[in-house]
Ligand binder design. Sequence first.
Ligand SMILES: NC(=O)c1ccc[n+]([C@@H]2O[C@H](COP(=O)([O-])OP(=O)(O)OC[C@H]3O[C@@H](n4cnc5c(N)ncnc54)[C@H](O)[C@@H]3O)[C@@H](O)[C@H]2O)c1
Length: 455
Amino acid sequence: MQIAVIGTGYVGLVTGVCLSEFGFRVTCVDKDADKIAKLQQHIMPIFEPGLDKLIENNRKAARLSFSTDIAEAVGLADVVFIAVGTPQGDTDGMPNLTYINAAAKEIAKNLKNYTLVITKSTVPVGTNRKLVKIISEINPDADFDVASNPEFLREGAAIEDFMSPERIVAGIDSKRARDMLTKLYEPICLNGAKLFFTTFESAETIKYVTNSMLAVRIAMINEVADFCEKTGANIRDVAKGVGMDYRIGEKFLQPGPGYGGSCFPKDTMALQEMARNVGCNISIVEATIQSNTKRKVKMAEKVIAAAGGSVEGKTIAVLGLTFKPGTDDMREGASLVIVPELLKAGAKIRAYDPHGMKEAAKQLTGNIEWCEDAYDAMEKADALVIITEWNEFRSLDLKKVKALMGTPLVVDLRNVYKRQDMMENGFHYVSIGRQDVVPGQPWIADLNMQDEKAA
Ligand SMILES: NC(=O)c1ccc[n+]([C@@H]2O[C@H](COP(=O)([O-])OP(=O)(O)OC[C@H]3O[C@@H](n4cnc5c(N)ncnc54)[C@H](O)[C@@H]3O)[C@@H](O)[C@H]2O)c1
């Protein structure tokens, strides 16, 4: 089976590379000639663990190639994936479908034999049916089907997620599409995935509802964390105790500075807007969006409060800028709100991220020094703020941290550290959903010592 993937971003590149690993011949196409040229020279356009090795292996085996020639790739393909971006539009909460429509038109012009066109991009309900129309109008003789096949991979774990998903959702409207998808996904189903067939509209909805439900959980646990700070409860214990209920489960119950990334913010906005457009009110999603937007600003206020009410003229070390660890993706990251708020309040930022610095430097400007590593960032700092929980920030040498910093204040927005350790090392430690630890007031840290030692 010959496959073309249109759009070589996080989703398209992972899709193409993983399918080539399963033995299919894949051409990954992008209109960004620079990106394709780099890939041809084996320069990775994104950071995704394990991806470069798979690319190397499959290029050597002549199963994987990169091209800007959409006409040739589509003309040869049995299956064409559309994996172009669907970023949030400028006017309302709906995604911008310019790229997807343009891709469909290009595909239509170049279809030769029977081809299954699979939409991997996240698209509003009704889009796949429109794609059928676009292709048929441009090329009335085309022999094709469309399938809606939303992607659920997580950046940072994308290869594992693509190769061993729990389920593959496929919206179809023909038996031919069903047979083709069954053949295409056979190797992944052998890994244990369930292939779930449904209509276009249901498949499209499943994607938005999945991301929105996860976003709701995060927003809720974040607000519960605020509640814990006021009441003396410990969010770590609360999340653990709640998550032990099998009806709820333990995933997506870690509090933090607010969700970000290329999916949750735009997909919740799109669901809200789609619902409004048909006269429905998904008020829980609306509340989630508002809660998450406010949360990022609130995190900057938390840092300012921890620093004694002002960061004017103070140096703040920021560790972690990407929206989560394991990726260089900055889209909608909490740092994009927290850092500007701190700068606005007069702080000087010393920042470090293991893989996000290049992108961060494009998006964050002002009184920021880009540092060599975590220890470099905290030199003479008045506060240290952990925004993204990269592994390398999990076991900092606390004695060295204390010696380097001007003031031993740590604001841990990911609850990476045990309060007991921070207290023993003489830090004023502020985290999420747990009481502050202030040197000289050890009883608070003692309260959950057992549990935190075990965590
Ligand atoms: N990033 C994720 O974690 C993730 C997860 C699940 C679903 N999705 C969805 O997958 C889609 C793609 O997301 P992404 O993060 O990979 O996007 P991305 O922005 O990283 O990549 C999109 C790529 O498509 C290319 N492109 C745009 N129009 C094109 C055209 N006409 N022809 C050829 N190439 C074209 C762009 O140059 C770009 O390289 C979106 O709909 C997104 O919502 C993303």
